[in-house]
Design a protein around this ligand. Structure first.
Ligand code: SF4
Length: 196
């Protein structure tokens, strides 16, 4: 059986594989301004008891989802079950950032969202559409290129499992984004580098 992967770990792996390893394999977590802002955005939909009905559409928040096929599990921020003409599902992931310049969802965001769509399709065997709600523009953007995200998801899952199986810590991805990294103080990426 493949190693279980959590949905929220996908985004961390794409941001920096070394950060993912610290967070999910070594259980090293710290908060910074970016994680705190992200938590604030998620707190708006973090209510497992929330159920609302609007015109035949049932809306639930913080919905547990899983895929046995890909051995994935996690929580979807918001799921809409539209039973007006058979079952059709919309899943919405909340993010504090903004879409790409061309208006599409960011790749890292889309990857996590697509994984939720896979889970819901497997559970309910119906059409599932995915949206990222970007808090900065207060609007949801539909995920369009499903084949692209399917390929990306399978590649990323395979790579993550190789690292776990081999017990091999991935390399650091030292870049401008390190300044926004929640485990910067643990990683100390520029130690030993010139111009640190
Ligand atoms: S500080 Fe940079 S290299 Fe270190 S874990 Fe964070 S993103 Fe990765």
């Amino acid at each position: 059986m493949d190693y279980e992967i959590t949905l929220n770990s996908l985004e961390h792996f794409c941001f920096c594989k070394y950060q993912w390893w610290l967070n999910y394999i070594e259980n090293e977590w710290m908060d910074n301004i970016h994680t705190t802002l992200g938590n604030i955005v998620h707190s708006k939909v973090d209510d497992r008891t929330f159920i609302e009905n609007r015109n035949g559409v049932e809306i639930r928040r913080s919905v547990p989802v899983f895929s046995n096929e890909l051995n994935l599990y996690g929580i979807a921020d918001l799921v809409e079950y539209d039973r007006n003409k058979g079952l059709k599902i919309n899943v919405v992931e909340y993010k504090k950032g903004k879409p790409k310049d061309n208006g599409d969802v960011q790749d890292f965001d889309g990857l996590q969202l697509f994984a939720q769509m896979v889970c819901l399709k497997e559970i309910h065997k119906c059409e599932v559409n995915g949206y990222i709600f970007y808090d900065s523009i207060k609007r949801r953007i539909k995920l369009k290129d499903e084949p692209y995200f399917k390929n990306l998801l399978l590649l990323i899952l395979n790579e993550m499992r190789q690292y776990i199986k081999n017990k091999s810590m991935p390399p650091k991805n030292i870049d401008k984004h390190c300044r926004a990294c929640s485990v910067y103080e643990i990683c100390l990426p520029y130690i030993g580098e010139k111009n640190a």
